[in-house]
Design a protein around this ligand. Structure first.
Ligand SMILES: [Zn+2]
Length: 257
């Protein structure tokens, strides 16, 4: 089982070493901004490294929205991040499922279809897209699994992957018991696990990650999810190298035990 962490983008390989991580995930640009990703001096090193690289797209991206002033820049930026993620050898580009502000989820889901159709005009996304489940909102495409199923009916044909976040599932109101089976019944695949505890309660709709065993989620459930999914694992937990190293070591111990 390959396990790692979401790290500061300044020097991901050094951050991986500091955590004994086999996987790193990082942003290629400010996650709260619309700036294009820039070429990286360490691109060759990242491509040739022993660690598995994943890139997380900015949070501002919402390809589902009915607001075209957000939707159009979102899909353009997602294509650019997929191009940039390829230069660092990323195995996946994680993007949140997004939401519609009001009304019709069907429109949001169709906007996802349009996003893939748009990318296909230029040969398709350069990096495997992994849609991640989210914690909040009442009109989210990938919070509740009834919505996720509707989304996958439309986007599944584009070969999209799935990233399951344990904090988001718990806070989003999807029980972690047997969740891998329920996800796979919808998506047929789980490409990455975000193994996070949640500071908040079940179905709270809040997205605040915590170190494993420190929050509201029974860590046995997180371990069971990882075992069942058989996918690479990234912790997106607080505490920098110290906190994340402890989470990684905890998971290794439990998974090997
Ligand atoms: Zn996540």
């Amino acid at each position: 089982m390959r396990i790692g962490a979401h790290v500061d983008p300044a020097d991901p390989l050094a951050e991986a070493t500091a955590r004994h991580a086999e996987v790193v995930q990082f942003f290629l640009a400010d996650p709260q901004g619309w700036k294009d990703p820039q070429a990286r001096a360490d691109a060759d090193a990242l491509r040739g490294a022993d660690v598995d690289v994943f890139v997380h797209a900015p949070y501002v991206i919402n390809v589902a929205t009915t607001n075209n002033r957000i939707r159009i820049p979102s899909r353009k930026l997602l294509v650019k991040h997929a191009d940039a993620a390829r230069t660092v050898g990323a195995r996946g580009l994680i993007v949140h499922g997004g939401h519609v502000d009001k009304g019709d989820l069907a429109t949001g889901i169709d906007n996802w279809r349009k996003t893939f159709a748009y990318a296909e005009e230029s040969g398709g996304f350069a990096t495997q897209i992994l849609i991640e489940n989210t914690a909040g909102g009442e009109n989210a495409c990938a919070r509740r699994f009834d919505a996720l199923a509707r989304l996958w009916d439309v986007v599944g044909e584009f070969g999209v992957g799935f990233c399951l976040d344990t904090c988001h599932a718990h806070a989003g109101g999807e029980d972690l018991v047997d969740i891998v089976d329920r996800v796979k019944a919808i998506t047929g695949r789980i490409d990455l696990i975000h193994a996070n505890d949640s500071k908040d309660g079940f179905d709270s709709g809040r997205d605040r990650h915590d170190n494993l065993g420190s929050g509201n989620i029974d860590p046995d459930l997180v371990v069971a999810v990882i075992r069942a999914a058989d996918a690479p694992v990234v912790v997106e937990t607080p505490g920098g190298a110290t906190g994340q190293s402890a989470d990684i070591a905890y998971l290794r111990k439990r998974l090997n035990g």
